[in-house]
Design a protein around this ligand. Structure first.
Ligand SMILES: C[S@@+](CC[C@H](N)C(=O)[O-])C[C@H]1O[C@@H](n2cnc3c(N)ncnc32)[C@H](O)[C@@H]1O
Length: 418
């Protein structure tokens, strides 16, 4: 008998039994139940999955929290109502339960009614080991999806791709203002603010009209294309990839011109900028970027411009990549296929690392995916941790969705190995 042939009422009982067994870390019972039941059931009220239940059962007691057990000071009910303090063996048992659930197809990023993934819950409860298990599961799922995506492209399996798109399961992670969280094949909207994720793609964005406001650029839907709070992070990136004067630099995505202004302070021997949006290009003209003696502006999408630069054999000592409304694949294509033909020996490459930045676990998962893909592309990457400036609510007023909610930024500096 499989799940499809089990009557609905029995399914409810089965789902509750699975959740209960997971919260009790009862491996034997769970193993039996998962023969016919799913590891991705959700409680109808709390939307807890068995992963949530297994983690919540390790929640430290209120007394432990007063003693400083939980850094966030939250007190929450557990799946089985048990508030006993989490011991090492509780955590070990939870870890075993989680592994069994993953072996049976549990989904790493289903959210509960509080919009928390199991990883968010583990992080909030200060359960570091369990959080790491969730991150690793997310990395495995994302790497597999990325590989499947490549395989589909290689085999030209477009029919399935079209079908996926029709079902709304676009499994791409977008950067800079567009963070669709990493996915699991069953699309999850993991936006912290509970808003619909913006569906904007690069083509639509480039057609949209822009609003240049004090300290930010918004597209016509109110998405933040660029915001001034990023200035310190960008300054640090410039200092790392342009350590001295007289270098040749390529920047992709001008935006508010923050990075290009910092580059100009470095007395470069050549400064190339690729920009695709007509509204930004018009601004650049007005602001005199076309007239600067060492600046070359390339109008158009980097996908069209880079092949021309490659044909000319022009090389750079530093390259920065920060576009908008593009998915992870675009960034990976750029660093896997283009940088090698553009970067001088000993040159440095960096990019705005905003993938999944509206949720810590997504940021950590994509950090690891990036690290592996960068390594595979031949880079040695240094990750600098930079504090993100405190932001009050006003910072995000009028912006469609908050694309950054983390305290720390991981700044990548990449050089080719050897
Ligand atoms: C986030 S902003 C860059 C901000 C910039 N780093 C700064 O310091 O102000 C992204 C920029 O990339 C541009 N862009 C988006 N897609 C592009 C593409 N495919 N090729 C070139 N530029 C693109 C956008 O028009 C926008 O100006």
């Amino acid at each position: 008998m499989n799940a499809e042939t089990v009557p609905e009422a029995d399914l409810d009982v089965q789902a509750q039994s699975i959740l209960l067994a997971a919260s009790h870390h009862n491996i034997e019972s769970l193993r039996t139940l998962l023969r016919t039941g799913s590891a991705s059931v959700q409680d109808p009220e709390t939307s807890f999955t068995p992963l949530h239940a297994a983690i919540a059962a390790c929640e430290p007691s209120a007394d432990d929290l007063i003693d400083g057990g939980n850094p966030n000071g939250h007190v929450n009910g557990t799946a089985n109502g048990d508030h006993s303090s989490s011991t090492e063996s509780d955590v070990e048992a939870a870890a075993k339960t989680m592994r069994l659930l993953f072996q049976n197809g549990a989904i790493w990023n289903d959210v509960d009614s509080k919009n928390e993934t199991p990883g968010c819950l583990a992080l909030r409860l200060g359960l570091k080991d369990l959080y790491e298990i969730m991150v690793d599961a997310g990395v495995r799922a994302e790497m597999l999806l990325n590989r499947l995506d490549e395989y589909e492209h290689l085999t030209g399996n477009d029919d399935e791709e079209e079908e996926d798109e029709e079902q709304g399961s676009d499994e791409e992670t977008k950067d800079h203002g567009q963070v669709d969280a990493p996915s699991n094949g069953q699309q999850q909207d993991l936006n912290d603010d509970g808003e619909e994720p913006s569906e904007i793609n690069n083509e639509d964005y480039l057609q949209s009209s822009l609003r240049f406001q004090d300290g930010r650029i918004l597209d016509s839907a109110g998405n933040g294309v660029m915001m001034a709070w990023e200035t310190d992070l960008i300054k640090r990136s410039v200092d790392l990839i342009v350590p001295r004067s007289d270098l040749r630099v390529l920047n992709i995505g001008h935006g508010m011109g923050i990075i290009d202004t910092f580059f100009q302070e470095k007395a470069l021997s050549a400064h190339h900028i690729i920009e695709a949006h007509n509204g930004v290009l018009e601004r650049m003209r007005k602001d005199g970027w076309y007239d600067k003696p060492n600046v070359t502006v390339h109008e158009g999408r980097w996908q069209d411009v880079v092949p021309k630069i490659l044909d000319q054999g022009v090389l750079f000592d530093a390259i920065y990549f920060d576009t908008f409304a593009e998915d992870y694949k675009a960034l990976r294509d750029f660093f896997s296929d283009c940088v090698i033909g553009l970067l001088n020996d000993g040159g440095k490459f960096s990019f705005f690392n905003g993938l999944g930045a509206d949720r810590q676990i997504c940021y950590d998962v994509y950090g690891k995916v990036l690290e592996m893909d960068l390594f595979e592309a031949g880079f040695d990457t240094e990750w600098d941790t930079v504090k993100v400036p405190e932001m009050d609510k006003g910072e995000w007023e009028g912006v469609r969705r908050r694309y950054w909610s983390l305290r720390e930024y991981k700044l990548p500096t990449c050089e080719f190995i050897g």
